[in-house]
Design a protein around this ligand. Structure first.
Ligand code: HEM
Length: 223
């Protein structure tokens, strides 16, 4: 006699977009988490200059992501995914001022992988499904693992609240319920199965862009 095991928790056949995104990007998440730059940064083996270089890359990435979000919202097509509480560019710029001083604009550089990521965001920005893929990858990450990253940065590099404001969401009272709402909004997007698959595919691309940025930062900062 054979038995058939049905696993309702099998997210590879997930019916909701948020579950499909989580399952579909798991290997890419694993890869991004274990790049040399991220592992060394988290272990306290780099320096503030390395972290500042990462923040400068975030500045361009979030500038493009948030421009795209604003464009979609202005057109009334943001699917409820654009939240003022998530906007990161002002916090990033305060972090850069803390790290480099008032003349931070003269001291930051943008790496080729970051330029490529920004170009992709510009290409995707007018499509809600593609925007959703990129926004999911960054914002849910910042609200999740980003909170662990913040604590590690504070522990190893002596930050208090300043310098790591990027990871702080003062207008969000509790992160978990907020993430649940965000996932509900993703799941509420009017997308068919093919479009949902395209969102997951683009999120995997987004993770790879992030890994490429870490790769270039690693070449510069990991010895
Ligand atoms: C040191 C590096 C990282 C650590 C320690 C980390 C850790 C985590 C943890 C623990 C969660 C699960 C939280 C939960 O269940 O609510 C999570 C979720 C997530 N992370 Fe990361 N992460 C890291 C890097 C990244 C990177 C580089 C990205 C993408 C740019 C990313 C994107 C995400 C996303 C999108 C989620 C949400 C998954 C979902 O629930 O759908 N993470 N991360």
């Amino acid at each position: 006699m054979t038995t058939t095991t049905v696993s309702p928790a099998d997210e590879s056949v997930a019916s909701t977009l948020s579950a499909a995104l989580r399952a579909g990007t798991r290997p890419e998440h694993e890869t991004a988490e274990h790049t040399g730059f991220v592992e060394r940064l988290m272990a306290g083996q780099l320096d503030r200059a390395a972290y500042a270089d990462l923040v400068a890359q975030h500045r361009l990435i979030y500038t493009e992501l948030e421009r795209a979000g604003e464009r979609l919202r202005a057109a009334g097509r943001d699917g409820g995914l654009v939240f003022d509480e998530l906007v990161r560019v002002p916090a990033i710029e305060r972090d850069l001022a803390h790290l480099h001083g008032a003349d931070w604009r003269d001291k930051v550089r943008v790496l080729p992988a970051t330029e490529a990521y920004a170009a992709r965001l510009r290409e995707c920005g007018d499509s809600l499904p593609l925007y959703a893929a990129h926004a999911y990858t960054r914002y849910l990450g910042d609200l999740s693992g980003g909170q662990i990253i913040k604590r590690m940065l504070q522990r190893h590099y002596g930050f208090g609240d300043e310098g790591v404001e990027f990871y702080t969401f003062p207008e969000i009272d509790k992160l978990k319920p907020f993430k649940d709402v965000y996932r509900e909004r993703l799941d509420g997007l009017a997308l068919d199965a093919d479009e949902r698959a395209a969102v997951v595919e683009e999120a995997r691309v987004a993770f790879r862009f992030n890994a490429a940025v870490f790769g270039e930062l690693g070449v510069l900062h990991v010895r």
